[in-house]
Design a protein around this ligand. Structure first.
Ligand code: 1HE
Length: 270
């Protein structure tokens, strides 16, 4: 692993690079319910800026302790007594971190437990796949705290649940959990027998087995294309497919399909 992702460089993120190419990234301030202070956002920017160039094949993002993330560090924010410009720059840094996650091309699987609230939900919604378990709950308590979202919820949470549901979450502080949260679009998987971490790791390992260039397209191009007109997205899709679908590394997989040694795409396939 290149030196710039040496886990020892990080103090607020606990990082493990596994031999299978999956990196485990854990928000490591459980005593503060993993609230996002400026220094943690800096480390997220550092990690996700370097990950695509460092050979990381997939990431599991989790929180230490009982809660994934309690959102903005409200104590730091209170003590800093920021100006509007100061806080705008805080938010721009959050966007830098979260955009690097969403558009970086490396699959990020969020293992969600306990509170996924406020900025914690903004962080989770920047991942490509969200896995919850029986402990997980989602909320946007900014409305009750006299605040507003600043880390991309108006874009990503609204895309996941729709505008009306997001407005409801913010006006009323409504909490979503269980299967209803999956049905709403907040998570793609719910684990009832084991932890969200176990399932997230399994998904990350599956994703890591794909070709990196293919994953790059899945975890970057799809997001970019949502920002384009359908006309331009179709053009961009053709260009991306031109590059990805002719990559030399794909030839062995195509040959395996042709000689019938590759698994078929069926509901009962392993
Ligand atoms: C914190 C934070 C935080 C906990 N900032 N320090 N987010 C919120 O409104 C969620 C605020 N947090 C909570 O509602 C609760 O802490 C939890 C439900 C997440 C967990 O409850 P609990 O009973 O396990 O813990 P606790 O006793 O409330 O907190 C334990 C410690 O964590 C305590 O610190 P201590 O030094 O007194 O022990 C808390 O102060 C600390 N802590 N949450 C700072 N958020 C870019 S804009 C984004 C807008 C937002 O994200 S608004 C934030 C929404």
């Amino acid at each position: 692993m290149p030196v710039d992702l040496d886990p020892r460089r990080f103090t607020l993120l606990d990082i493990e690079h596994r031999d299978d190419g999956v990196s485990i990234v854990v928000l490591n301030r459980p005593e503060k319910r993993n609230a996002l202070n400026v220094a943690t956002i800096d480390e997220l920017v550092d990690f996700f800026a370097a990950a695509p160039r460092a050979g990381v094949r997939a990431v599991v993002l989790a929180g230490a302790g009982d809660h994934f993330c309690a959102g903005l560090d409200l104590i730091e924010h209170h003590d800093a007594d920021r100006s509007p410009a100061d806080f705008m720059h805080v938010c721009l840094r959050w966007h830098e971190a979260f955009n690097k996650m969403e558009y970086g091309g490396v699959p990020v699987i969020a293992a969600l437990s306990g509170a996924v609230v406020g900025g914690g939900l903004e962080l989770a919604s920047s991942a490509h796949i969200r896995v919850m378990d029986n402990s997980t709950y989602f909320a946007l308590p900014e409305g009750q705290r006299g605040l507003f979202t600043g880390g991309g919820a108006t874009i990503r949470v609204a895309q996941l649940v729709g505008k009306a549901q997001m407005v409801d979450m913010m006006l009323t502080g409504r909490v979503h959990q269980g299967q209803a949260a999956v049905d709403l679009g907040l998570a793609q998987y719910i684990e009832t027998e084991r932890s969200s971490f176990d399932k997230a790791l399994e998904i990350a390992q599956q994703a890591a087995a794909n070709l990196p260039l293919t994953n790059f397209a899945i975890c970057s191009a799809i997001s970019h294309m949502q920002n384009m007109s359908p006309f331009d997205a179709a053009y961009a899709e053709s260009v991306v497919a031109g590059v990805v679908n002719t990559q030399p590394d794909a030839r062995a997989r195509l040959a395996a399909f042709a000689d019938k040694s590759a698994p078929r795409t069926r509901p009962d396939a392993p």
